[in-house]
Design a protein around this ligand. Structure first.
Ligand SMILES: NC(=O)c1ccc[n+]([C@@H]2O[C@H](COP(=O)([O-])OP(=O)(O)OC[C@H]3O[C@@H](n4cnc5c(N)ncnc54)[C@H](O)[C@@H]3O)[C@@H](O)[C@H]2O)c1
Length: 344
């Protein structure tokens, strides 16, 4: 299989590229290595910026330093059996400060990827997000955890639903990703491009360069290891259904192998893999035997106090389920951070 991974030097893209090249497929990566500077960390050293890029080259992946939002990046690209379109501006606070880059990367970049798939054939897998759902109110605090104020969602998780029933603000990150999500659905119905859209919640894993702005679980691990202060926005009782990155690759692969011509799924750890931010800090304390100084600040605008995915469509339709629980996943991440502490 000929595979292209955009954003292949980021967390999810890296793990997709690694998975398929190790299975003997022909894998290419397109990434402009902009993650750190997009998130306001231009100080990050070259060694860290190119870490995943170099690791992929060693694994036999062909890597191209190109910007997905520029049409010329796509001109010389060949036909692919599948494009995993992961490249994005991923930071919510960043998107509020500079929405133009979200439009360029998340909307135009997705348009370019879809056009390539339309002209050359092949499937497109799109990394969408729970931030496409404008749910900001309607939560209740039960003990040390926020929940939905909705018994059905507390039972099954939040469903991939008809967006017309939801209104409210999404943040520029949310709307730009939602634009890409809709483009994928449209390119399927209008042009017959096979598209899989995965609205994901909190994904974490090895080879993630977490910052306070994005990638919080890995950031907490790096900060704990280095004794750096951690700021929690809110009370730390907010709940996420964490999903380890290898489980994400498993879900994408299950879709690729299926007979489905298209799909829009919620993808997360589900209720079994929920964790509050405070609970995450406690697990890290157990792993490292120490705790960073913690301060609590105001909630960030439009932060969801609880988000848990309804993953029944993936469980029942594709036979997929998460394999890695948060404690195991955080232990794997923390070992990777420890082994590479010189680049953090
Ligand atoms: N990590 C999560 O928790 C999560 C949750 C929901 C959705 N997503 C989505 O999944 C995808 C991958 O997320 P991730 O966590 O791996 O992010 P990441 O930031 O680790 O990786 C994104 C990669 O895209 C690259 N990139 C950015 N702009 C680019 C451009 N213009 N051209 C080429 N490359 C560019 C970056 O350099 C980076 O390597 C994103 O689309 C994100 O919106 C992630």
């Amino acid at each position: 299989m000929r595979v292209l991974v955009t954003g292949g030097c980021g967390l999810i893209g890296f793990n997709i590229a690694k998975h398929y090249v190790q299975k003997g497929h022909n894998v290419e990566v397109m990434d402009n290595l902009e993650r750190s500077s997009l998130l306001g960390h231009s100080e990050v050293e070259e060694e860290r910026t190119t870490f995943n890029f170099n690791e992929l080259k060693e694994l036999g992946v062909r890597t191209y330093r190109l910007d997905v939002s520029e049409q010329k990046s796509w001109n010389l690209r060949p036909n692919y059996d599948v494009i995993f379109h992961m490249a994005a501006q991923c930071g919510v606070p960043t998107s509020i400060e500079n929405p133009r880059r979200d439009f360029e990367v998340n909307v135009q970049g997705t348009f370019n990827a879809l056009e390539h798939a339309r002209k050359t054939g092949g499937t497109l897998i799109y990394a969408s997000t729970n931030k496409v759902y404008p749910i900001h109110d309607n939560f209740r605090l039960v003990g040390d955890r926020w929940q939905f104020d909705n018994d059905e969602w507390n039972q099954n998780g939040f469903p991939a639903r008809d967006m017309n029933k939801l209104s409210g603000s999404r943040t520029p990150y949310g709307w730009s990703k939602y634009s890409g999500d809709l483009l994928c659905q449209e390119w399927n119905t209008t042009y017959g491009v096979r598209t899989g859209v995965f609205r994901m919640s909190c994904i974490y894993g090895k080879n993630q360069f977490g910052f306070e702005e994005q990638g919080w679980a890995t950031w907490f691990s790096i900060a704990t290891q280095k004794n750096l202060p951690i700021t929690i926005f809110g009370d730390g009782k907010q709940v996420r259904d964490m999903l380890y990155v290898e489980d994400v690759v498993g879900a994408y692969d299950a879709f690729l192998r299926s007979d489905l011509d298209s799909g829009v799924f919620n993808l997360g750890g589900g209720w079994d893999n929920t964790i509050s931010l405070n609970e995450c800090l406690t697990i890290l304390e157990e792993i490292y035997g120490k705790r960073s100084p913690i301060t609590y600040e105001d909630w960030r605008p439009l932060d969801q106090k609880c988000y848990v995915s309804d993953i029944s469509a993936l469980r029942e339709g594709l036979g997929w389920s998460p394999k890695v629980d948060p404690k195991t996943g955080l232990t794997l991440v923390s070992k990777w951070v420890k082994d590479n502490i010189n680049i953090f």
